[in-house]
Design a binder for this molecule. Sequence first.
Ligand SMILES: Cc1cc2nc3c(=O)[nH]c(=O)nc-3n(C[C@H](O)[C@H](O)[C@H](O)COP(=O)(O)OP(=O)(O)OC[C@H]3O[C@@H](n4cnc5c(N)ncnc54)[C@H](O)[C@@H]3O)c2cc1C
Length: 495
Amino acid sequence: MSNPKTALVIGTGLGGLATGLRLASKGYAVEFVEKYHSPGGRLNLLEKDGFSFDMGPSFFSMSYEFKEFFDYCGVKNPLELKELNPLYAVYFGDRKNPFLIYKDLQKLAKEFDGIEPDLASKVEKYLATAGKLFHDTEDIVIRKNFKSKLDYLLQLTRVPVKHGPKMFRSMWSELENNFDSQEVKVIFSLVSFFLGSTPFQTPAVYSLLNYTELKHDGYWNVEGGMYKITEALVTLLKERGAVFHYNTEISSLESGNGRVTAAISKDGRRFTADKIICNGDAAAFRGKILNREKFNRVKLDKMEWTLAPFTIYLGVNKKLEKLYHHNYFLGNNFKEYADSIFRTSVSPKKPYYYVNVRSRSNVNSAPEGCDSLFILCPVPDLRFKADWSDAEELADTIVDDMSSRIGYDIRKNTLTRTILTPKDWEEKFNLYQGSGLGLAHGLNQIGGFRPSNKDEEFNNLYYVGASTVPGTGLPIVIISSKLTTERILSDDGSL
Ligand SMILES: Cc1cc2nc3c(=O)[nH]c(=O)nc-3n(C[C@H](O)[C@H](O)[C@H](O)COP(=O)(O)OP(=O)(O)OC[C@H]3O[C@@H](n4cnc5c(N)ncnc54)[C@H](O)[C@@H]3O)c2cc1C
């Protein structure tokens, strides 16, 4: 039998692991090098004082991408997925009770009784157009490799022209055309922050995300916590002979004849393979490791990046019944807040934040009678706020705000607390300037305009993950792993 082809994956984030498993299922021998001490990248686990927390992602949409992935690899889906119902709860500054957001439109309409008349029929109409846009573009823009920018632009001509105006108006004006109340508009516009912008700048095409959350597939969690995804992939990879090296950061590449011949770690070890797949940030890697002019520090800093995470992991001595799996805490100054949040150097005095209660759906995450809370406050990245010496103060502000809104003194009843600032996120996982979701998704940074998953110079170097195509978020990164695998197999002549 001839020797198998070999692949070296730099990084064990979801993108790296999923590409590794796809390649292993096609007969590749796969090896991983990872900077951090454990696998998962942003999809990681924090265990402390009897509590466990998912470090980053706490839910996902488009669950069918995981099914497609396991089918592709020829394995039974090892994950038990749980749909969130309600999808999430939204607390506004001056309201005692949260709005519960349901996929069931009659139930949703009841939440907005007296606030947004005829909500069910308005949402039905809004989602019908958003749904058409989603299905008309997913195979053209999301699930496709592009040979060049021109190829991408040519593909775009296949999108029905009726969707064109959505490229030129903002998501907020699209919502204003469909809804009357500030509350509904704010809630439906929250998805724009996942893309790295505000609803006032995000093009209306992204209303398709409302379709994916509210109609198409909803939001999902994994039984046992999100880290089960990482654990399952590592187990499947090890069963297929994959080798993992942790605490191993690649700091340079050797090359010759248009190929990468070795990846060199900070401590001087050489790793070789037929194919090299970079799961680190596709833009920053080209700049920092490959010294490409187009991605030098100045140019990277001029790109649009998603907000940085300020995260708090709390073990609390009580079950906080007022919290759902997934909660947003918002103020009453949405536009002003959205406009300032990306570029300020001061921590917000009245922050907007998101809270996930892992122990709500996964009881083993906290000792009996306790809750494990993950709080995410999106903040400016390190370009705008480099000094995080006020981290404890910001955490106290957030915890006290939540305490007053749910009527329980959380600070006094905290059993364990860990804070990660954008600086920590940068240091742990090489997230550029601490940006949480990678490159933003404005029209000039998607499709053929996003850093490609195939290197421009080395014909055996590929990229996978949030900052290459199609973009960020767990299901989208699963699609990224498919696109990268297809590139590799096509270059091999085996596709
Ligand atoms: C706080 C937070 C909350 C989020 N919540 C959600 C959510 O609820 N739902 C959702 O769908 N998405 C969410 N996301 C986004 C999601 O986590 C990412 O889109 C996804 O995990 C990215 O996976 P990846 O494989 O591209 O990269 P990563 O997870 O960043 O993995 C890349 C890996 O490469 C390693 N690496 C980098 N450079 C090198 C090097 N030179 N040498 C060796 N190793 C290297 C890193 O250490 C890392 O382990 C969240 C992100 C954050 C930060």
